[in-house]
Design a protein around this ligand. Sequence first.
Ligand code: 4VN
Length: 323
Amino acid sequence: MEQLKIVASARQIPERQVTNDELSTIMDTNDEWIYSRTGIRQRQVVTTENTSDLATQVAKKLLENADITADSLDFIIVSTMSPDTLSPSTAAIVQGAIGASNAFAFDLSAACSGLVYGLSVASSLLATRYKRGMVIGAEVLSKLVDWQDRTTAVLFGDGAAGVIVDTTSENIGLLSEELRTFGDKGDNLVAGRFANTNPFSGEIEPADQYFHQNGREVYNFATREVPAVLKVALEKAQLSADDVDYYLLHQANARIVSSIAKRFGQPADKFPTNMATNGNTSAASIGILLDELVESGQVHSGQTVAFVGFGGGLTVGAQIWKI
Ligand code: 4VN
C-alpha cells in the first residue's frame, strides 16, 4: 500500500522579537514568573503580516526545499485557529499566491493539534486519489490575545511551518496514530466568538475575539491525555518508548514536556523544545520544531519520531513517524 512520506519542511517566523523583559514594561509581569512557569523567554509577533503571509512564505520555501513546482500539488491544508478571514480560507489564499492551479485547498480547525490532525487527513487523501500535498500550521495568535490579560498574553507567539507530503511504496512514513477530541471540555479554551445580531435572535451572546483559557484545566488535560495517546500510538506501531529517537510535543509549556519525558522514562534530550525562543505558536509549533531540527541535522531520515499535539477543542493527537 502507498504510504505518506514527509519530503520537505519549512518555517517562517516574524522578525519582531518581544522578550519577557519587554513585556514587563507594558504589563505587570516579569521574566522570572514567565520563565519558571512556562519555559518561555521571548516570542516573535507580526507587525504587518497576517496568517496567510506567513503561510505563503512557508509554502514558497517548501516548493524550493523539495525542488518541485506549485502545479504538482494536489492539495493544500492550512491548520489554523487564527485565519485571515473565514472566507476565503487561509489555504485558498496560499493556493492563489503560489499559483498551485491543480490543488484544492482548505483550512482545518483543530487549534494546537492542527498539524497532527492535518497530517492525518493528508494520509487519507494520499491513500485514495492524490499524490502530493502541503500541510501547513500557521498562526497569528497575537491578534487573538487580550494584551490586557497577563495570564495569556505572555504565553503565545506568531509563526508558521509545514511539510510536503508525498506517496511512497517504501515501508516508511506515518506508522500509527491516535487522535482524540473532548468536546465536553471545549469551554476551557475559547477564542474568536461571533455575536449573532440577526433581527430574529433573542438574547445575544456578545462577540469576544479574545483568547480565554482555564489554564489549570488545560494543563491537567495535557498531562493526563498526552501520555495516554502516546502509549496507544506506540502500541499500534509495535514500538517501545526507547525505539523513538525524538518526541516533538506541542510547545505549550516546558513543564508539560519534562513531565511527559519522566513519565515515559526517557532522557530530556529526546524531547527537544523551542518555547524559550518562540513561545507557544499553537498549530505551528511542532512544524517549527521539526524544521529547526532538520536544519541542524539532528532529525534525519532513518529515525523514528513522534509528533504530539494537544490543546483547544479540547483535542489531542499522537503520531509515530519513520522519517
Ligand atoms: C495546551 C496547553 C496550554 C497551557 C495551559 C496552561 C498553562 C499552557 C497554566 C498555569 C500557569 C503557567 C501556564 Cl497545556 C495552552 C495551550 C494553548 O496552546 C495548549 N500553559 N499554564 C502557572 O501559573 O503556572
